[in-house]
Design a binder for this molecule. Structure first.
Ligand SMILES: [Fe+2]
Length: 264
């Protein structure tokens, strides 16, 4: 059974694990710390989402654990390849599961809980959740995907505000900062579809991909929180003011209108 006490040991392990990277790679510490902070914030976002879902203590602790560990593969990925782009390095979710297994982090948990954690981590960065017989896997995958997006929106909108003074190419996935918006990206959004990572060619495409995450949110709470935090307005502020972007703004506004009114 997963208990509060076990989760405390996970938090301790996670901090210790991250600190080892910071010590060994002081020159890379800035992005290591950004990712570590992201993991803690995603844990908080998950707690926010589940607050209204009436989970029992064990279910909540499992969600919290997935939040904290979902990106544990980022540290190895970054020190080895100095990128957060999976296509230029390796799949960070698979790497994360490997890290947890190598270190026997989840040794006190039942096989079922281990499987839920591993599969949710693997699902968090996929274009879509892989069908699974176990409904719990689907549920926790939906939770982590929403929580992850909510915190990335926080992180990147903070970044876009200071980008001109303090450029961080890693956070931009080293994409060229050109005016251009790729057709495939634009069309996906027009169809209320998630933008595929493979179709991104420019930083503007990446910003639109982040806007398109809206269509993939699973919980009404997340849509409401995204709306309240105005994250998408902030991304639009960082995009050029042209016809394509204005059209997308219209689509986003319509989506919010249709989905937020319904949630009251
Ligand atoms: Fe991730």
């Amino acid at each position: 059974m997963i208990t509060q006490k076990i989760v405390e040991t996970y938090k301790f392990w996670f901090n210790d694990y991250v600190n080892r990277f910071i010590k060994e790679y002081p020159d890379l510490s800035e992005n290591i710390e950004i990712k570590a902070n992201h993991c803690w914030q995603v844990r908080k976002e998950i707690i926010g989402i589940i607050q209204n879902l009436k989970l029992n203590e064990e279910e909540s602790l499992l969600a919290e654990t997935i939040g904290l560990f979902h990106d544990v593969g980022r540290f190895k990925q970054y020190v080895k390849y100095q990128t957060f782009s999976d296509s230029k390095s390796q799949n960070h979710a698979e790497l994360g599961v490997e890290v947890l297994k190598e270190n026997s982090v989840l040794k006190d948990l039942s096989d079922e809980n281990k499987e839920i954690i591993y599969k949710s981590i693997l699902n968090h960065s996929r274009a879509e959740i892989i069908p699974d017989e176990n409904e719990k896997v689907i549920f926790y995958s939906q939770l982590i995907r929403d929580a992850d997006k909510l915190d990335i929106w926080r992180l990147i909108t903070e970044y876009y505000m200071v980008k001109e003074q303090k450029t961080n190419k890693t956070l931009e996935l080293e994409l060229p900062d050109k005016e251009e918006i790729s057709d495939q990206v634009y069309k996906a959004i027009l169809n209320n579809k998630l933008v595929l990572k493979e179709s991104m060619k420019t930083l503007n495409d990446f910003k639109l991909l982040q806007i398109g995450w809206l269509f993939d949110l699973n919980f009404k709470y997340s849509i409401k929180r995204l709306f309240d935090k105005k994250y998408l307005d902030k991304i639009f502020d960082a995009l050029p003011n042209n016809q394509k972007v204005n059209e997308i703004k219209g689509i986003v506004n319509k989506y919010f209108k249709n989905h937020i009114v319904l949630s009251y």
